[in-house]
Write a protein that binds this ligand. Sequence first.
Ligand code: ADP
Ligand code: ADP
Length: 220
Amino acid sequence: MQGVRRSYGPVPAVRDVTLEVRAGETLALLGPSGCGKSTLLRVVAGLDRPDAGRVLLHGQDVTASPPEARGLSLVFQDYALFPHLTVLDNVAYGPRMRGAPRTAARERAAAVLDRVGLADLAARKPHELSGGQAQRVALARALAPRPALLLLDEPLSNLDEQLRASLRAQLRTLFREEGAGVLLVTHDQREALALADRVALMRGGSVVQVGSAADVFARP
Ligand code: ADP
Ligand code: ADP
């Protein structure tokens, strides 16, 4: 993101943000409700147009590209799985849409499901899953097509604390193993500390500090 600005009214939601997610890293956007995190994520996803500034992907200006041309995956807190498809076919959907043959897409889906510990649930339908299982399937579905960047907006916030804690540990390993670049929006400091390589602190539409999780959370 270079000099990204977005206003909905007189007050800018995002002001001149310049930020980079490096290959394979998890960057957390951390800040209180209303500070502009989701707006920034939508601009990166192409779901919202910035008033000023640019979005670059692998050095290419994608500011005017539609979301589907960006090769990104999104997971929101209210994940929606396709209710009529099995877990396996939900996860195979992305690779299929990118042109993978049915067998290859299913093999990729099975491998990612194995990574999130859900290989045994491949034949189930979404309504047969617990909340934590469904969220892991949503993450597997987002990772399956090997997105250039995985965008996560408060991905664990609908889960209870115990489940959140166990998923935090699992996801860090998963993102590392997949080599996925991740941009994570959260208001939860523990989530940023557990998942992120670097943290960008936001206040009032601006990034006020960027650094390693250890540096940002270090108390002087
Ligand atoms: P966060 O994700 O950090 O909670 P948001 O990016 O959702 O923050 O919102 C930033 C600011 O922009 C807030 O003041 C919010 O009310 C405002 N805002 C966000 N989306 C819209 C919208 N579609 N229309 C009007 N105002 C919006
Ligand atoms: P895009 O191709 O723009 O990435 P998708 O087609 O993957 O978008 O779908 C976007 C969202 O719409 C999905 O997250 C899903 O919740 C919903 N959706 C799309 N197709 C279906 C479907 N056949 N059944 C149920 N929900 C669907």
